[in-house]
Design a protein around this ligand. Structure first.
Ligand code: ADP
Ligand code: NI
Length: 232
């Protein structure tokens, strides 16, 4: 059944070129199942939620459709997933994601926390650099970096999801979101991996700024890091 569902998700997302398509889903699936096995969580629920978690992404189907989870429900129904499993999976999908986090919504079960952690891990590290650039080019501002445009601090959910944010540079997305993620993970397994990936992103940004003599940005980065560590 999982193989069939994976294939249905690939058909649904396959042609997406925004760094958010099926490759992302496969990576999240792999990390989530690994953590679930280590923690002896319900692997089937974790696997289903990981495969289906972006099938109704608000950025692509709109907020109203996203809340209905029409794609995820259709795929599970067509593959005869039992009603009680389906509702556990939907509950997880509806409580994960950074914009949900900004609204104070958190996954309540271990399975939900694992899938949420896996999704956020895939927004960190070398993978994140590539995904963010892909997103910026295909759906965002097409601007990698503007040395005169410093990030706004601590965006609210409204500001974070406002369409205008897509005018932000790729580099600013690291400060808006990516450099905050390691502090909001649930499982120690994911936190350990997040530390490594976080360090890589900071090194990447420091070098990116150094190559362009943007020493004010290096200072900004160091200050930002100190502040985030303190408030974590
Ligand atoms: P996820 O599926 O990991 O929750 P998102 O749906 O938030 O991720 O975004 C998909 C990818 O696109 C992520 O890797 C993220 O870093 C990147 N991204 C999202 N929003 C922006 C933005 N405004 N500018 C640049 N990159 C973005
Ligand atoms: Ni995702």
């Amino acid at each position: 059944m999982l193989d069939k569902i994976r294939n249905d998700v690939r058909v649904l997302m396959g042609n997406d070129d925004n760094g958010h398509g099926f490759e992302h889903v496969e990576r999240v699936f792999k990390i989530a199942v690994k953590i679930a096995e280590e923690k002896r969580a319900n692997v089937e629920i974790v696997a289903l939620a990981a495969l289906l978690h972006d099938a109704d992404d608000y950025k692509f189907v709109g907020a109203e459709n996203a809340a209905k989870l029409a794609n995820a429900r259709r795929i599970m129904t067509e593959n005869h997933v039992e009603e009680n499993k389906m509702s556990q999976v939907c509950e997880i999908i509806l409580t994960m994601g950074y914009s949900k986090f900004l609204q104070g919504i958190r996954p309540q079960t271990l399975e939900g926390q694992i899938v949420s952690d896996a999704d956020m891990l895939d927004a960190l590290g070398a993978v994140s650099v590539v995904r963010t650039v892909m997103y910026t080019v295909t759906h965002g501002s097409r601007k990698l970096f503007d040395r005169n445009m410093f990030p706004e601090n601590n965006l609210t959910k409204e500001k974070y999801t406002a369409k205008g944010r897509d005018r932000d540079s790729a580099v600013n997305h690291f400060f808006d979101k990516l450099l905050k993620l390691k502090y909001i993970l649930f499982t120690p397994e994911a936190r350990r991996e997040a530390d490594i990936r976080h360090r890589f992103m900071v090194d990447f940004l420091r070098e990116f700024f150094r190559e362009q003599d943007c020493f004010d940005w290096i200072d900004y980065l160091e200050e930002y890091e100190k502040k985030e560590q303190k408030t974590a």
